[in-house]
Design a protein around this ligand. Structure first.
Ligand code: KIV
Ligand code: ZN
Length: 513
């Protein structure tokens, strides 16, 4: 029987640390349920001590998720660990993940602690966490840049206290595959009680090697857990991408010889959900989940694939959940059909009122667009969830804009600010510019637009446009996503969604600070 590779998903914790990717409780719950359908072994649902919102989200996920272990991050102190334990209390399948930095640089400059103090604190933390669960993970932060002897001492100490998973963090993405793989191997060989723990890899993608480093940790080092995120979401250049790890291990089972518990047909739905919720668009040529990942454009390839699929395909699109665009609903579909499709997609709306609001949006869309696809339904739900959470301080009402060759475009927008309707108008370089200027003429947010991108949700010119807007103000970065068959209206909705996020005051602590 082949050994199992544990897939530890940290989209909701490390992924969420990506500036602008912060999620509401409802969004986290939706993603957690999708991760459970994907059958990930461990869901790191958040960092309980970082904010009241994250605590609540972990608590809700801990009581809803049954088939995956639910985990919370905690710094190596009693207060954080107590908070993690409280958030996870209702789960009977939980893990506490505690960490402290072990590199000389981090200990001296960031923690201002001596190695002996770090050693004691790490041991104390694991001992305390074990009071709440026998499933305790310990990570030496910046582990890949830590002194080997010191790392051995700390890890031996925490295993003696009962840590059951040891996770070697390549926090700043400094590792290269051979060295990182050998680091894990050496640690396992040198630490006398290393066989009492599962070894895990946690890599960041600053040099584009997170997946390669993680796989080296598995193959050379003997790690049996990989920490990763959907779409490789994460701070800076991101984390190890779950879909790439899973499909590499599955497709090259001849080489890795490991079993996985993952239902790979749920990969693309998970990718789309995370992208839609966070506004982090997946690049078209991204492995496995990019729109072009299975598109054969060259004549030679197309000819080969038609004659024998495996001439140019090493995986099948349907095995990772790429559905052939299926029309699922239309103008004549009723509330029950809509509700049933939501259930089939695994979306549970909290109340009848939420369902009714989503159904109104669906009907609105079906009036403009003949065929409604799953992606459209998920976008409606995403918009609805965001609107409900942000309480829509700013709310889109209507837009009219005029553009003509040789004329400067003009837009007039009606929206509400805290319930009171206002109307702004402006011109601009293009219709989108005019529309955003018209909004700003009334809001005067002072925010800087740092990203604007448009994507088609499905194929064809009648597809809905999905616009992502990223705003930055006083060091805060937020994303807004808006969908509409009219991309100028989608832009206005995205901008308003981002303004709503700037308006809400939920601040989180970054665990690494
Ligand atoms: O990158 C890192 O060091 C982390 C730890 C908290 C595991 O995310
Ligand atoms: Zn990390």
């Amino acid at each position: 029987m082949a050994e199992k590779l544990i897939i530890f998903d940290t989209t909701l914790r490390d992924g969420e640390q990506s500036p602008g990717a912060s999620m509401t409780k409802d969004e986290k719950i939706r993603i957690a349920k999708q991760l459970e359908r994907l059958k990930v072994d461990v869901i790191e649902a958040g960092f309980a001590a970082s904010s009241a919102g994250d605590f609540d989200a972990i608590k809700a996920i801990a009581s809803l998720v049954r088939d995956s272990t639910v985990c919370s991050l905690a710094r190596a102190n009693d207060k954080d660990i107590q908070r993690a334990a409280d958030a996870l209390a209702e789960s009977d399948n939980k893990r506490i993940h505690t960490f402290i930095a072990t590199s000389a640089l981090h200990m001296e400059k960031k923690l201002r602690m001596s190695p002996d103090q770090v050693y004691e604190q790490a041991r104390n933390a694991v001992r305390f966490a074990r009071k709440f669960t026998d499933n305790v993970e310990f990570s030496p932060e910046d582990g890949s840049r830590s002194d080997l002897d010191f790392l051995c001492r700390v890890l031996e100490g925490v295993i003696a206290e009962g840590a059951t998973t040891i996770n070697i963090a390549d926090t700043v993405g400094y590792g290269v595959p051979e060295l990182y793989g050998n680091l894990v191997k050496t640690l396992r060989e040198r630490i006398p009680n290393s066989d009492k723990a599962v070894w895990s890899v946690h890599c960041h993608n600053d040099l584009g090697m997170a997946v390669a480093n993680s796989l080296a940790g598995v193959q050379i080092g003997g790690a049996r857990q990989v920490e990763c995120t959907i779409n490789g979401l994460g701070e800076r250049a991101g984390n190890t991408s779950l879909e790439e790890i899973v499909m590499a291990v599955k497709t090259r089972k001849d080489y890795f010889g490991l079993e996985l518990g993952i239902d790979t047909t749920q990969i693309v739905p998970a990718s789309k959900m995370v992208s839609q919720v966070t506004g982090f668009v997946v690049q078209p040529n991204k492995a496995v989940v990019g729109a072009n990942a299975f598109a054969h454009a060259s004549g030679i390839h197309q000819d080969g694939v038609l004659k024998a699929r495996d001439t140019y395909e090493i995986m099948r699109a349907e095995d990772v959940g790429w559905a052939t665009n299926k029309i699922v609903l239309g103008k004549l579909s009723g509330r029950n059909a809509f509700k049933q499709r939501l259930q089939e997609l695994g979306v549970e709306l909290e109340s009848e009122a939420d369902l009714n609001a989503a159904f109104v949006r669906f009907k609105d869309l079906a009036d403009k667009k003949a065929d409604i696809y799953d992606e459209d339904i998920l976008a409606i739900v995403s918009d609805e969830a965001a609107a409900a959470h942000e309480k829509e301080y700013f709310r889109f009402v209507s837009l009219s804009q005029h553009s003509e060759t040789g004329e400067r475009p003009h837009a007039k927008i009606v929206f509400s600010i805290d319930g009171a309707e206002v109307s702004g108008d402006s011109d601009g370089n293009g219709p989108v510019d005019a529309t955003l200027n018209a909004i700003e003429s009334k809001v005067g947010s002072g925010a800087e637009l740092i990203l604007y991108s448009v994507n088609a949700i499905t194929n064809g010119t009648q597809a809905q446009g999905e616009v992502t807007v990223r705003l930055s103000k006083s060091g805060r970065i937020v994303n807004g996503v808006g969908t509409d068959p009219d991309i100028v209206a989608a832009s206005a909705k995205a901008y308003i969604a981002a303004l709503n996020r700037l308006q809400s005051k939920t601040e989180k602590l970054n665990p690494q600070l």
